[in-house]
Design a protein around this ligand. Sequence first.
Ligand code: ZN
Length: 255
Amino acid sequence: MFRKVWSFTLFMCSTAAIASTSPNSPTPPDSIPDGAAKLMAVYPQQVKGYEGGCLLMADGTRIVYDDGREKDFITMLDNSDPEDMFSMTYDRTAAVPAYLSDAGRSRCEQLFKCMYGKNAQEAQKRFTRVAWFGQQLQFTTVNGAADSLRAVARDMARHPELVKYMKQASTFYWRKVRGAQRQSAHSYGIAIDINTSLSNYWLWSNPGAGELDRLKYENRVPAEVVNIFERHGFIWGGRWYHYDTMHFEFRPEFL
Ligand SMILES: [Zn+2]
């Protein structure tokens, strides 16, 4: 019986897994890729395991971890598997992000839709409201994201000089990324844009630039704002080469 289940798993998952795994034994724990282990650790309610080259999701979905395809930068953003998400390091030390260093900008759409909802209605069913400096923001309850945003609000409130950056925030829109076919993180209720009038965006400062062009970096968001968000599992768009300094996203796998 076990052997049959195993064969089925191999059939469903990547050929890379077939080549690298003995058919006589289940995947030993030490062969779980670091990225897959990280996803299991930070999203334990959603990512239940790893077997035969696939992430095993709570609803029974199997997601191929590595599709084995070589991808250029744009393809990696538009068509990311879970393995591609970890191809860039989230660098918290660089004063200015390195060329094409965009850790977190590539998201495996199958994984995110499986965790947070495959359409707007499904995503919204999992939302709650978070009190945010005079606003009520919609955020997902999945993976504890809303609770993490509440923790950010509590810490931020201890710094009255930072509150102006929190005003006119926005969270949920079900939409594609500007100029691209991939779904925005705002679709899932895991991202917040803080005050745009105190923020910078790579295309505003470099009008007409393409993804591969050299960019001039600009930022006005104080380091303490970033520290508080990162402490609670949010990455910052200001650490991307294609910077988006208003943007914070619940991605504890990078922190
Ligand atoms: Zn954003």
